[in-house]
Write a protein of this length. Structure first.
Length: 80
């Protein structure tokens, strides 16, 4: 729906699909999965690898940022 609305407003928009999408919740740039010798998770961890993830990107000028940050901006309504 977001892509359709932005396109109707004349904003260039693309839909991005990613498979085996890593979701790093603590920002350490790794996906940690700690298991015991039986393969059971032994540490509560919010990092995950999703089967797929879809978001939209829209081409925008960013007057609120310094020069060089215009271009494709990620818009992701998925609850993280």
């Amino acid at each position: 729906v977001g892509s359709l609305v932005l396109r109707c407003l004349g904003i260039p928009t693309r839909v991005v699909t990613n498979f085996q999408s890593a979701h790093d919740t603590n920002g350490n740039l790794t996906i940690d999965n700690v298991v015991d010798e039986h393969g059971r998770t032994i540490r509560n961890n919010r990092d995950s690898i999703w089967n797929f993830h879809v978001w939209i990107e829209a081409w925008m000028a960013r007057n609120d940022l310094k020069s060089g940050f215009d271009g494709w901006q990620v818009l992701d309504p998925t609850p993280q």
